[in-house]
Write a protein that binds this ligand. Structure first.
Ligand code: HEC
Ligand code: HEC
Ligand code: HEC
Length: 129
């Protein structure tokens, strides 16, 4: 048969190797560096919990678009019970009106490029690009 101990040691080494960049960043303190994002609204919360927004706002936007365009559903009830219009320009940019110091700054920092949404959707005044 095989030696389970050796396989496990091998797996641990493999995992350490493929996650090495993460450990390296954590150890050098780089992982905690983030661009300074200006929140300009008086609101205390986003339309979903911050962690979720940080990682998944693009999926939420896609869901909103599909629900509006395909089903005509324009109302979104947030986790805290607030009802919002499912709108990129009116809702997201209503609070995050500083696109340059918020959306753009993070996208540039993460090197994910600038979304093409503004070809059609109204960009808040003062936005860069
Ligand atoms: C080619 C033009 C075009 C582009 C590019 C585009 N959209 Fe839209 N989008 C529309 C139109 C037209 C509607 C329907 C507007 C309505 O019915 O209110 C819409 C609706 C939406 C809605 C729901 C209503 C609203 O006003 O926000 C969301 C959310 C949305 N799009 C998100 C996005 C996102 C995110 C991107 C970029 C990844 C994007 N769209 C790119 C044309 C576009
Ligand atoms: C009612 C005002 C409001 C609306 C509407 C709103 N946000 Fe937010 N958003 C906030 C606030 C306030 C925070 C910071 C919350 C905190 O500090 O925990 C935030 C945080 C975020 C974050 C995380 C930032 C970080 O620190 O990493 C992202 C991304 C985000 N919003 C995107 C969006 C998008 C996309 C939309 C539209 C789908 C949207 N927001 C709609 C107020 C809003
Ligand atoms: C905390 C960092 C951060 C902030 C703030 C942020 N984004 Fe993003 N956004 C990202 C990352 C990272 C991606 C790429 C995710 C991927 O490729 O899977 C992304 C992707 C997107 C996409 C999808 C792009 C595409 O072409 O499919 C849209 C749309 C988008 N963001 C809109 C916004 C808007 C609007 C705001 C401001 C209200 C915003 N984002 C603020 C980090 C952020």
């Amino acid at each position: 048969m095989y030696d389970a101990g050796k396989i496990i040691v091998g797996l641990v080494i493999f995992l350490l190797l493929i996650t090495a960049p993460v450990w390296y960043n954590a150890a050098s303190g780089q992982a905690s560096y983030a661009p300074h994002l200006e929140i300009v609204t008086d609101a205390k919360a986003c339309v979903a919990p911050t962690d979720y927004m940080r990682t998944s706002h693009m999926e939420l936007l896609n869901t909103w678009r599909d629900e509006v365009v395909r089903h005509g559903e324009r109302e979104y009830t947030a986790f805290d019970g607030t009802v919002y219009e499912k709108s990129l320009s009116n809702t997201c940019m209503g609070c995050h009106s500083n696109k340059a110091e918020f959306c753009d700054r993070c996208h540039d920092y993460m090197a994910v490029g600038r979304p093409y949404c503004w070809d059609c959707h109204v960009e808040p005044k003062g936005g860069s690009q």
